[in-house]
Ligand binder design. Structure first.
Ligand SMILES: Nc1nc2c(ncn2[C@@H]2O[C@H](COP(=O)(O)OP(=O)(O)OP(=O)(O)O)[C@@H](O)[C@H]2O)c(=O)[nH]1
Ligand SMILES: [Mg+2]
Length: 384
């Protein structure tokens, strides 16, 4: 179920929500969208629409309703009562996927923390109607209060314990990272929207076997490998990281800051973009937003426009290297196909040149791409 409030990123086909559901092991049996100016306070949608959803759900044998937007705890509760089946939102779905897919000890702890935080707001508010009932002038206690207190205490204890365990794991990770830093190795991280092809590119560059799949959040943990560059006879360190997505639940951003430490402390970010996805400008904007939130927006970037093999011929670039404007800045851009390996030698060359230059010297200039001769040439690649 998606409600169009006139926001630019409204996904009319609910394509991404469908992919998320699939990744979580569900199958979409029906899709409903509607337009509204603002969410209904009680039901998020109008009561007529809610009836329509209910009928469609019965007809198509649905067992759960997923909303593309975030529902407030009371809207979720009201909808469940009205539709007589579980109702969840995108945030919950993303948390579910992360919970299913987390493999490392650290990843599991991070997801647990994010889920507890999500739950704590739901639980506390779920009981708030009882809290109100127990009010009354001069009255203390009441039917709900003990339960609310117990739940709150239980969850906040659990949150505290998980945080403490995470701090320990983080400390170990920091020690490992510092030893890498001391060795003065140039580090770069592959970042980008989920499903852009980061792991496929990582595998192609270092011949590793990182899990790559046509699903969202295939990668949850950071993997780091050394990559030998024959051009300069040096090794650099390269990391594959978790993919970003729009409206990433806040708890997850906090929780994944540890995993993304690798990205935050990189000398260069290889921002991988799925050039074949028409939504790529929005995806770039979303990635920039997450980078800002984790404090990594000042790190120099190279845009790697991937999947050029999947581009229709009229959208194929004429130049394989140019610059592209991101938030008012010209950022160097390379076109590659991690699948057909097209453009990878140029990428390796770029990394060799970049790593032999001084580490952390600010933005990468277009000169470093070796595109001096092309200045003035207009790249015919059509950015949609
Ligand atoms: N056609 C084409 N498909 C590609 C290319 N690179 C990756 N893919 C496909 O895109 C899908 C996602 O690839 P991944 O490498 O798992 O993407 P990712 O960015 O690591 O995704 P997450 O880990 O989920 O964030 C897979 O089905 C890949 O086979 C490419 O150059 N061309
Ligand atoms: Mg991946």
């Amino acid at each position: 179920m998606g409600v169009d409030f006139g926001e630019p990123h409204f996904d009319g086909e609910l394509h991404e929500l469908g992919l998320l559901a699939q990744t979580a092991g569900m199958q979409a049996v029906a899709r409903v969208t509607c337009k509204r100016r603002a969410p209904d306070a009680a039901l998020f949608v109008g009561s007529g629409k809610a009836d329509e959803i209910k009928q469609l759900a019965i007809q198509s044998g649905a067992r759960e309703i997923l909303f593309d937007q975030s529902l407030s705890p009371s809207q979720q509760r009201n909808l469940e009562r009205c539709l007589e089946m579980p109702v969840n939102d995108r945030t919950f779905l993303i948390l579910e996927i992360f919970a299913q897919r987390a493999r490392s000890h650290e990843g599991k702890l991070q997801v647990e923390l994010a889920r507890l935080q999500y739950l704590s707001t739901r639980l506390v508010r779920r009981w708030s109607h009882l809290e109100r009932q127990s009010g009354g002038i001069g009255m203390r206690g009441g039917p709900g209060e003990t339960q609310i207190e117990l739940d709150r205490r239980m969850i906040s204890e659990q949150i505290k314990r998980t945080r403490e365990r995470l701090v320990k794991v983080k400390r170990q990770r920091n020690t490992q990272r510092r030893s890498r830093e001391r060795s003065d190795v140039f580090t770069d991280s592959l970042i980008g929207y989920t499903n852009a092809g980061k792991s496929t590119l990582f595998n192609a560059l270092v011949k590793a076997r990182s899990y790559a799949a046509d699903q969202l959040f295939a990668t949850l943990d950071t993997t780091t490998r050394q990559m030998y560059l024959a051009e300069t006879s040096t090794s650099i360190s390269i990391s594959d990281t978790v993919g970003f997505i729009r409206d990433l639940p806040h708890g997850l951003i906090d929780a994944f800051q540890a995993t993304l430490q690798e990205a935050i402390s990189a000398d260069l970010l290889l921002h991988v973009v799925d050039a074949a996805n028409e939504e790529f400008p929005l995806q770039i904007a979303q990635v920039q937003e997450v980078l800002r939130e984790i404090g990594a927006d000042q790190i120099p970037q190279l845009l790697v426009f991937n999947k050029i093999d999947a581009l229709p011929s009229e959208r194929r670039p004429q130049l394989m290297q140019d610059t592209f404007e991101v938030e008012g800045q010209q950022v160097p851009r390379l076109f590659v196909s991690a699948q057909s390996l097209d453009g990878l030698p140029a990428l390796r060359q770029f990394l060799a040149r970049r790593s032999s230059a001084l580490r952390g010297t600010g933005r990468v200039s277009p000169d470093e791409l070796g595109v001096e001769d092309d200045t003035g040439t207009i790249n015919q690649y059509r950015d949609c």
